[in-house]
Design a protein around this ligand. Sequence first.
Ligand SMILES: Cc1cc2nc3c(=O)[nH]c(=O)nc-3n(C[C@H](O)[C@H](O)[C@H](O)COP(=O)(O)OP(=O)(O)OC[C@H]3O[C@@H](n4cnc5c(N)ncnc54)[C@H](O)[C@@H]3O)c2cc1C
Length: 468
Amino acid sequence: MVDTAVIIEKNRDRLKMAKQPIYDVLIIGGGVSGTALLYQLARFTDLKRVILLEKYSDVATVNSHGRNNSQTLHCGDIETNYSLDKAREVQRTARMLVNFSLGLPDYDQWLFKHPKMVIGVGEQEGQFLRQRYATFSADFPAMRFILRDEIAGLEPHIVKGRKDAINAIAILDEYTTVNFSSLSKAFVEQAQAVSGKQVELALDTCAGKISKDGEIYQVESSKGRYQARFVVVCAGGHSLLFAHRMGHGLNYSCLPMAGSFYYAPKLLQGKVYTVQNDKLPFAAIHGDPDILVPDKSRLGPTALMTPVLERYNIRTLPEFLRVLRLDMDVIRVMWDLFKVPDIRNYILKNMLFEVPLVRRRLFLQDARKIIPELRLKDLEFASRVGGVRPVMIDKQARKLHMGEAKIDTGEGIIFNMTPSPGATSCLGNAEGDLRIIVDYLGCQLDKTAFAEILLGENGLPLSNRDIA
Ligand SMILES: Cc1cc2nc3c(=O)[nH]c(=O)nc-3n(C[C@H](O)[C@H](O)[C@H](O)COP(=O)(O)OP(=O)(O)OC[C@H]3O[C@@H](n4cnc5c(N)ncnc54)[C@H](O)[C@@H]3O)c2cc1C
């Protein structure tokens, strides 16, 4: 027997849906990745309706908040964990960020210059930096190889009390530091300033189930259902969870790596990085001025495996357990990590960095590699500072997948996972999405404006990622 009430309900639903607009693109997640994409879609395509759903009451309050990351514009010159190819890639996207910013009158609200350097301590690291300088300086002409006296002139507290030999690669006059939350707001402002388009920001709107009905995606949310022809999920660690729910990216698991920081008095003028231990997959600590706490230097980040997708948000524990998809492959990857003594000790040490009574004393040993005369009483754990890097575990390859990951389903939906240097790469990642969207929806891309505004006159696009 046909239930009349059900038919009436279904028709009411259909009527309601028919009244709702169908967006060209719907973005989930208002961090720096999602807002960069919103900007690119509004500014460089002829798409008319774009919407971004963000579950909190403002954009960039999670990992893209200035308090929760290292505020570094990674250019590849002082990050010794980057190969030359990786360095060239991040240099290009860092340049896009600078080009975007310098085109706006208020760029000094989020983009800053500090001197920066990576120090080589002792004979082995010193030799390593010499070689790196020889290999990298052609691509990074602002690099200078400097010795103890010059380092002392720039950063006296790095040299004071240091017995070991020291040298450095320094870059003295470039943009180095970004407040990624202010940048995200600038992206939204610029997107909404484009005339003749409907560019919506739906705050306090938590996206839930996504399904596809014919060619159209239906996205359930705390504020009702949205419809779109294309969906991009830029929800940090949650992106993989969305993918899993739809049967995508099942060969990936997520290992959230939290990073904490410590404050010291303002002893550093600029960014001071250290040479990476190549046995460790996580970046070495550095020190720099904190743009949000002007009278302090900040040291970190640490690398703590943590069972939540958002730092200090225990409600994301069940989501972590779902996205972990613990099985023998994940256990094998973890076991392989633990088997290496350097990694095992590093993981354990980083756990102790969180234990109140011992953490400052332990961290002091690492911090003194940067500031040798730092005293215990100068060091303070930065409470509720630091976010989470959603590092992917590739279960097929049985290894960690460092850096950003994108799942392009080819079906009009993309999932972005963005550990460091994901904030620097926001415009580069968005460019990748833009190209996929333009192909899928068959819309127009204003290549000239893109090249002028983002690649800049002197932009050196990498041939394989250039706008064709
Ligand atoms: C300790 C640390 C230091 C770092 N340092 C640097 C650095 O110096 N330089 C650099 O380039 N990168 C750095 N990173 C990485 C950088 O912070 C991230 O790559 C970047 O912020 C990721 O931006 P995002 O927009 O992809 O994610 P997020 O900023 O995490 O934004 C995701 C958004 O999605 C929203 N969201 C989640 N679920 C939903 C849902 N269901 N519905 C609606 N919205 C949802 C969240 O509320 C959030 O606003 C660092 C990261 C950490 C943790």
